[in-house]
Design a protein around this ligand. Structure first.
Ligand code: GLA
Length: 384
């Protein structure tokens, strides 16, 4: 049974009526890592790994949510939303809380969901959940909330109920994705362009390191603070600067001795990574996948050596591909300290690529590598 049928059948058996259905996808990020909260550029895309939600109003004041993956029911009063000890429920509660704070009123509803997005793999399963619930609430209660506001509420939910001060990339990509296109998003203005991704004889493969180092959330927030610390100093000479987006390498070099070396490195990565997003878009438009792949490797080096959010496992997976002529580019993807690498490889070499890298990884770390093909799909949408 596919995941849609499983949700329908579970919903009918618990709630005795038929649900409306939506799907909300995970995302990949082609390039532009740790640039979003610096008001910079990113290039993500929604993928064919998603969450499926079944839902309907109930005539109670109750929120009744069943997670099929945790095999767990969560209930509460819709007018008494607060953080819960049930971790997965917080992503949902956080969005409801944001909607309520913005003055939207909602009644009780029933909700069943499942996911095909691997958890902790850096494919933004939490954003898929947040965007999915935003879409559900907007649909169910006819709230007519502009889509960009839904995205912002979903992001804010992650700040308030999950405690991670993420940028807007994941939620934007999950909600706004378009089949066979990447989204070049300006995280300051939220203006965006859909860039066609014509892969032809190439494809993206994700390699899941299978690790999620504990520091991921705390280090994420630390990096954000380091970027802001850099901006505070740069501002003294360049008052027009509000985020690293406004800073050039020349400007950064003029204050090099005034900031700690770590802050210098963080800022340098962000400035260079922003430039790489622009170059990567040009490469995609010219269908120059080799140039694109080269930028992926450069991005990884910046993330590993300057931003210091990689780890031995991710570095190993990227380094292993460097001398493989069938791999055009590879880099860690997402927040870092674990999760996946994204690899641009020749389609014809997929089998041997997966076989070789899986063996090497097992030999080195004794971890079974999981690899996923990904296809670029539409964002959050109703299932007919
Ligand atoms: C996580 C965050 C995003 C972004 C990336 C790094 O996925 O949720 O907002 O900052 O890390 O690029």
């Amino acid at each position: 049974m596919n995941s849609i049928n499983r949700v329908v059948s579970k919903f009918e058996s618990i709630f005795k009526n038929s649900p409306l259905l939506i799907s909300s996808p995970g995302r990949i990020n082609l390039i532009g890592e740790h640039t979003d909260y610096n008001d910079g550029f990113v290039l993500p895309a929604a993928i064919d790994k998603n969450m499926i939600f079944g839902f309907s109003k109930n005539n109670l004041k109750k929120l009744r949510i069943f997670s099929m993956d945790y095999d767990q029911m969560f209930e509460c009063n819709i007018n008494e939303i607060q953080k819960s000890d049930v971790r997965w429920a917080n992503y949902i509660l956080g969005v409801i809380d944001q909607f309520q704070k913005a003055g939207y009123s909602m009644k009780g509803f029933n909700f069943v969901f499942t996911s095909t997005i691997p958890i902790g793999a850096g494919m933004a399963s939490s954003a898929a959940l947040e965007c999915g619930i935003a879409f559900v609430l907007n649909t169910l209660f006819k709230l007519a909330i502009p889509i960009s506001d839904q995205v912002k509420y979903a992001q804010k939910a992650e700040h308030t109920f999950a405690g991670v001060f993420c940028g807007i990339m994941d939620q934007f990509a999950s909600m706004m994705g378009k089949k066979d296109h990447a989204i070049k998003l300006d995280c300051r203005s939220l203006e965006y362009d859909y860039i066609p991704v014509k892969l032809e004889e190439y494809q993206f493969v994700l390699c899941n390191s299978g690790v999620k180092h504990e520091l991921v959330d705390s280090e994420y927030n630390t990096r954000r603070n380091e970027c802001e610390a850099g901006v505070v100093v740069i501002k003294k000479d360049y008052p027009e600067v509000s985020h690293l987006r406004d800073v050039t390498l020349n400007m950064l070099n003029t204050i090099r001795t005034e900031i700690p070396p770590a802050v210098f490195k963080r800022c340098k990565h962000v400035i260079e990574e922003n430039e790489r997003v622009n170059k990567a878009c040009d490469a995609l438009k010219q269908e120059n996948m080799y140039a694109f792949g080269e930028l992926m490797y450069e991005s990884h080096s910046g993330l590993s050596k300057l931003y210091e959010v990689s780890c031995d496992e991710l570095d190993f997976l990227v380094d292993f591909t460097r001398n493989n002529a069938n791999v055009l580019g590879a880099r860690m993807m997402g927040g870092g300290f674990g999760g996946c690498t994204i690899n641009l490889i020749k389609r014809s070499a997929k089998k041997s690529f997966i076989k070789d890298i899986t063996k090497a990884y097992k030999d080195h770390f004794n971890i079974d590598l999981e690899c996923y093909d990904v296809e670029i799909k539409d964002g959050t949408s109703i299932i007919d």
